[in-house]
Design a protein around this ligand. Sequence first.
Ligand SMILES: Nc1ncnc2c1ncn2[C@@H]1O[C@H](COP(=O)(O)OP(=O)(O)O)[C@@H](O)[C@H]1O
Ligand SMILES: [Mg+2]
Length: 310
Amino acid sequence: MKKESIKMLQELCKEMNIKIESLSYGWIFKLSKDNKVRYITGNFDINRTASSKIACDKYGTFEVLKSQDIPIIKHTMVFNPEERKEYIKENEIWDIVYKEFDKEKKVVVKPNYGFEGKGVFLCNTLEETKEAVKFLLNRNTSISICPFYDIKKEYRAFYLNGEILLIYEKEKPLVIGSGKDNVRTLVENLNLPNNDVVKNNLSKIDMDYIPKENEKIELSWKHNLYGGATAKVIDKENKYYEEIEHLAIRSGKALDMTFATIDIINTKNDELYVLEINSGVAASIFSRIVKNGKELTKEVYKKALIEIFK
Ligand SMILES: Nc1ncnc2c1ncn2[C@@H]1O[C@H](COP(=O)(O)OP(=O)(O)O)[C@@H](O)[C@H]1O
Ligand SMILES: [Mg+2]
């Protein structure tokens, strides 16, 4: 758990008269109340094990939701032939890669067990696709190839027991030109997270370029807050709210989740698709960068704590 989440958890436990102890170098949190003991290791121990495992696997989530006619972005499985000999042979990988690239012309390749946008590659050529597949297969048991979707907005819905507690929209990290500052200066004003993903994104951008007034320069094609994307809470006034809420509830139920975040994209053609489901409800960055983010996150965590002690 990230330090903001630990702090929120500790504050909530105090407010709710729950005794909290940190064990095993901070990996385990032991929570006790009314002769009941519960553990938190990275995420709230609330979901069924199988549902939680499926949510951690992007391809598994795809098949489970597809089997229930829920719109989810398309995934094609590529197993690692060394670790999964029974499913695929080395020479068969490239047939899959050629076929998918040929069909889509622009694809996203990603680890099935990834997070924070790490190892998620956008490929515009067959060469790039092959390179990404090779790179990822060296490090992962299985990966997915997805068509590229032109995303207008991405959303995250917090789901608990068939209800949506909160939805926020994500915007890719970008700078807006002033007509006189270069990209470097504009980026400095953004206060981006200091991590490898952000550094890698910035390394591909011409920092000396001076964008025209109001010109938008995107710093990444991904919507991960970890990579500097921004978040804004939306409510029922938003024209997509109800549709997103409805799709998130259907998805959470379809995967038999209790507590989860459900990421949904809206494409430039106004089509909603589930992107992924996370059983570890991470909101540390959200709580830090959004006005009232901490209060909103604590509200969500409080409901989860009530649930685990039920
Ligand atoms: N098929 C796709 N088309 C367009 N963008 C995508 C696609 N898949 C992922 N992305 C972008 O990459 C980001 C990270 O991908 P995601 O599947 O959510 O992996 P992670 O679990 O690492 O966050 C998404 O937030 C989205 O902006
Ligand atoms: Mg994601």
